[in-house]
Design a protein around this ligand. Structure first.
Ligand SMILES: Nc1ncnc2c1ncn2[C@@H]1O[C@H](COP(=O)(O)OP(=O)(O)OP(=O)(O)O)[C@@H](O)[C@H]1O
Ligand SMILES: [Mg+2]
Length: 261
């Protein structure tokens, strides 16, 4: 790939404060077209907030987020919607609508953006439900399915519009190993066959190593590491090492009391 190519996603010096709490302190990272970037970091360090900036739902206090070179942060709502239309987003909470069946939840983006109806809509929704092994649950309501099934419905919904960009917030948490693997294979296939660009926030190191082209590590609102799977395994950064090896005793990572003001 050409080094000069415009990145699919770019965060430039993104700062965000909520109330008195500085959450992002100048986040910089870019994702190349067709790349899978895994975003790692301890709880509460701004991973989900970073994804929300990319969708344009959260606007930075300072800095910018670009999609294919175009600012989503500082554009009018119409442009934001257009850019968001190219993304499939799976929020951490799942965000299923309780009064709609699994089928209708997955069909929602197609209906909302008037992208398909009738037999075509049914074909697309049935295909995505099949990929995530959800056909037996298609007529159930979210309250009547397991946590892992909700997660899978969130993934199926993110895929319905055949997006160029996929953002997943902890897709494999709560999935059993078989379904986690289905997800990993899906990400690899979407990248290989359709050239999809993805950001995957996860704590699942096995999944990260399997799907990532590169891994970024966010800590106290800054990206403190970015590199390949080999790079991260060999990093001398103590915080990153401690996190990826799952050690609970370490010099820094639990020292959240020492928050910078
Ligand atoms: N809209 C908001 N208003 C106020 N504070 C917020 C808002 N959104 C996020 N925060 C705070 O920002 C911090 C970072 O949140 P974020 O959800 O990005 O963490 P995370 O890295 O995704 O953590 P986890 O791994 O637990 O999901 C948290 O302390 C959270 O409470
Ligand atoms: Mg989160």
């Amino acid at each position: 790939m050409s080094e000069n190519q415009v990145p699919a996603i770019e965060l430039k010096n993104v700062h965000k404060t909520f109330g008195h709490r500085k959450i992002l302190r100048g986040v910089n990272f870019s994702v190349r077209k067709g790349e899978t970037m895994v975003l790692l970091g301890p709880s509460g360090t701004g991973k989900s907030v970073s994804l929300k900036h990319i969708t344009g739902l959260v606007v930075p206090d300072i800095g910018d987020c670009l999609i294919n070179g175009q600012s989503i942060s500082h554009s009018k709502e119409k442009i934001k919607k257009q850019l968001r239309g190219r993304m499939g987003v799976m929020f951490q909470s799942g965000a299923l609508i309780n009064w709609l069946t699994v089928y209708e939840n997955v069909a929602l983006p197609l209906r909302e953006h008037k992208l398909a109806k009738g037999k075509e809509l049914d074909r697309i929704v049935t295909e995505k439900l099949g990929w995530l092994d959800l056909l037996p649950a298609k007529d159930n309501f979210p309250a009547d399915i397991s946590g892992g099934m909700k997660k899978r419905a969130g993934i199926a919904r993110a895929l319905t519009t055949n997006p160029e960009i996929l953002l997943y917030d902890e897709p494999t948490s709560g999935l059993d190993p078989v379904m986690s693997n289905v997800f990993n294979e899906l990400i690899l296939r979407l990248k290989k066959e359709l050239g999809v660009t993805s950001i995957v926030v996860t704590h699942d190191m096995e999944s990260a190593y399997m799907i990532a082209d590169r891994i970024s590590f966010i800590y106290e609102g800054e990206i403190i590491f970015c590199g390949t799977v080999t790079d991260i395994k060999n990093t001398s950064n103590q915080v990153v090492q401690q996190f990826i090896n799952g050690r609970t005793h370490g010099p820094m990572i639990l020292d959240h009391s020492k928050k910078k003001k």
